[in-house]
Design a protein. Sequence first.
Length: 497
Amino acid sequence: MPHRLPLLINGEFVASQTREWIPVTNPATQAILCEAPAATADEMAQAIAAAKAAFESWKEVPVSERARLMLRYQALLKEHQEEIAEILSQETGKTFEDAKGDVWRGIEVAEQAANIASLMMGETVENVARSIDTYSWTQPLGVCAGITPFNFPAMIPLWMFPLAIAAGNTFVLKPSEQDPMTPNRLVELFLQAGAPPGVLQLVHGGKEQVDTLLTHPDIKAVSFVGSVPVGQHVYRTATDHMKRAQCFAGAKNHMVIMPDANKNQVINSLVGASCGAAGQRCMAISVAVFVGDSKAWVDELKDEFANIRPGAWNDPQAAYGPQISPQAKQRVLTLIKQGKEEGATCLLDGSDCTVEGLPDGNWVGPTLFTDVTPDMAIYREEIFGPVLCCVTVDSLEEALALVNNSPYGNGTSIFTASGAAARKYQHEVEVGQVGINVPIPVPLPFFSFTGWKGSFYGDQHAYGKQAVRFYTETKTVTSRWFDDDIPASGPNMSIHL
Ligand code: NAD
């Protein structure tokens, strides 16, 4: 029988009583790595109750002690980075280097959470009226929940619980059922770092468990990262139940290539940003917008695409790994077929990709389309595979109009040698994260991850100052201390202080 993952409730790893076990497979082989429980209703209730009870004491723990927990956690994550990355590679198929990056980008958020005191500072003004001062405190909300996707099983859980907990909240994490082993290891290390019981719970499952979190009265805020339809469901349901919600959803990211850009940088960036992680990144570049004469570079781009191939996580020659599941692979293949039927030119077709020695992997080879137009499914849909769609336009204005017409707004980049073109693009583009000669502009944790439009529902974004605002309430105090020297006044019947 495969190993069965436990739940973490009130500081104990417990065996679930569920009858529903979800197999977790290695996407390069289909071997079953373990099974994750679909937590029962009772177990969900226990997890939320434990978080609620722990909040009463955790919120009173001094901020510097909470910060020190994050320092110890950051050190443990660093010490175990390669071991976590190996688990992550097994269940996602990511190459080892890419898996280490997934862990590292999470470690950086834990590191930022150790700065929590300065992030929680309020505001003060003395003498707002005679002898009266006003100041604000930043206080935690209570129990927060995180629901995470398969594609960054270390980074995205770490976007959420370290900052929420450092801010004084307690947390219930429901990671993707497709790769729950990595989050399991992350929470083991959090306990090892000294997290008190109940501060963090780990539950597993799918829609039913998510819906419990979205509707339970003791959950105060919900952080979600995943696909558009689920993100919309989560945002609607959570806000309908009067909770705060921040929902990061799907994307279709464009890279605009001006004719004055450095050709080699453009080509290398396009290959890495479209096919890295098998295209399964919310910030992947899936559309290349060639402006004017830059379209002449497509032949060389094709040669570079043809030079890379997927493979096993520990194959140093592999550029990327498999799709996460046979269903995900099938979806990518269906979209490639549809692209051809709708009239795009498929310069390189990865549909029949095989990898020696791994006949059962969910492989898709690098795929390159030209003559793509906005009405085609391959342009409209998030393919989430190693597929790049090339579009040609005549001017920067036309490129801007195309990108701004997209319902998504997660990331975009422009490659150019012109400061004026770059300035115009960064200013006018309706996308939340912009790279200038940088293909995937994911901000480091002292900023926030600021997707826009259909890629994000909510207002305060992930990590950085915005996340601290999301996970806290502001309390504003106006105070006066009576002094014998100040003559007592009579009742004040007006609104003035
Ligand atoms: P998904 O929406 O299928 O799953 C995300 C989470 O929601 C999982 O924990 C899953 O168990 C849960 N879930 C699935 N169906 C549900 C339902 N019907 N009701 C309630 N919960 C449900 O997403 P995925 O396939 O795991 O992840 C890939 C998607 O995530 C892509 O669209 C990608 O763009 C997006 N993503 C976005 C960002 C971002 O920052 N904008 C980052 C990473 C991934």
